[in-house]
Design a protein around this ligand. Structure first.
Ligand code: SF4
Length: 348
């Protein structure tokens, strides 16, 4: 249990015997002012000291390393959780906006073949508080740099839809208590169809990104094993339903891997899925992974990335190439995880 796991009723219990407005003051401090309880000057000193030591208000995340890249525009944290598990978050400043990429699980059970997190396995679900606190800490760091955090993407460690209930409650807190616009929140999935259907029924207009990476079942089942349970035809039907219900544009994420999924045939297959859905395609040249048995997977060359993007453009697909941030600090979906265990072992 940690401070951002607490529901209103828990805060009321914690402040039992106090004026009712103290609960609102505490919530404002936690979610809007982003200050520590110890610095809550509107509380009398004695009260501040009492709740400052309350275990329920403990922090969920212990930052054990912080790395900076891209001349200060990218910042990555490795956090230790209360039970010793490790997760990562990455804050990225762009010209017009500031985004945090957060984790939804410690480890991941999806076992995507190109992903270090997938290789290191699943530890556990993150709680609502562990998810929200990543956003709060990023917002505090952004404010220190004179910026305002305005986008949240669930593309760190884990498959968000495999922790759907906690992720959704965290989204409600991020958009409700913290005040970020739902349209500035992106949930990504490797294609868990039941949860895509659940999302289609939600009123909050968050964005959906689907990590496709291959557009035929043979290759996709190799890269993204969950494809065996939800093959492309099933996935596409759920996305058609999602688009029909929400009228929102989906994004396909495609990690470009040299010689694996970057051919003209891949362009044609991807376009045949993306075009009818009017989907946007986001191409991500794969970050090199420092793991022996994955070293054969290399990101596509800049020329090949350009050819692939051009091919999609010619077929009428709206395409962007995501500039890979933080290469020097392994900042990409799950790519810290392989090193997290080693770093943790070195720390007391
Ligand atoms: S790519 Fe994402 S979903 Fe796949 S194993 Fe890595 S963290 Fe999990």
């Amino acid at each position: 249990m940690s401070r951002y796991d607490l529901e209103d009723a828990d805060l009321e219990l914690l402040l039992e015997g106090q004026q009712r407005y103290r609960v609102a003051q505490l919530k404002k401090a936690l979610y809007e002012d982003l200050i520590d309880v110890a610095d809550l000057s509107v509380f009398p000193k004695a009260l501040r000291e009492r709740i400052g030591n309350a275990p329920e208000l403990a922090s969920a995340l212990d930052p054990i390393s912080q790395q900076v890249a891209d001349r200060g525009q990218t910042m990555k944290w490795l956090f230790r959780l209360q039970d010793g598990a490790a997760i990562e978050s990455v804050l990225m400043h762009y010209r017009k906006h500031t985004t945090v990429c957060i984790s939804s699980q410690a480890g991941c059970a999806m076992a995507c073949s190109f992903c270090a997190t997938g290789r290191s396995g699943y530890t556990r679900q993150l709680s609502v508080g562990e998810i929200v606190e990543q956003v709060v800490r990023a917002a505090m760091a952004a404010r220190t740099s004179g910026r305002r955090l305005d986008h949240v993407v669930f593309m760190g460690m884990g498959e968000p839809f495999a922790n759907f209930n906690n992720v959704w409650r965290a989204v409600e807190r991020i958009t409700g208590d913290m005040g970020l616009g739902a349209r500035h929140v992106t949930l990504s999935t490797v294609g868990l169809v039941p949860q895509i259907n659940q999302l289609a029924d939600k009123a909050l207009q968050v964005n959906l990104a689907v990590s496709l990476h291959a557009a035929n079942d043979d290759l996709r089942s190799e890269l993204v094993p969950i494809n065996r349970r939800y093959p492309i035809g099933t996935l596409v039907r759920s996305l058609e339903h999602y688009v029909e219900r929400t009228h929102r544009r989906i994004t396909f994420e495609w990690a470009l891997i040299a010689g694996v999924n970057d051919s003209a045939r891949d362009v044609a297959e991807l376009a045949s899925i993306a075009f009818p859905l009017k989907a946007h395609v986001n191409l991500i040249p794969l970050n090199p992974i420092d793991t022996d048995d994955l070293s054969s997977m290399q990101g596509s060359s800049p020329e090949q990335v350009e050819r692939f993007a051009g091919g999609l453009g010619d077929l009428g697909i709206n395409t962007t190439v995501r500039r890979t941030r933080g290469r020097s600090i392994d900042a990409a979906c799950g790519q810290l995880a392989g090193k997290a265990a080693a770093i943790l072992k070195e720390k007391p």
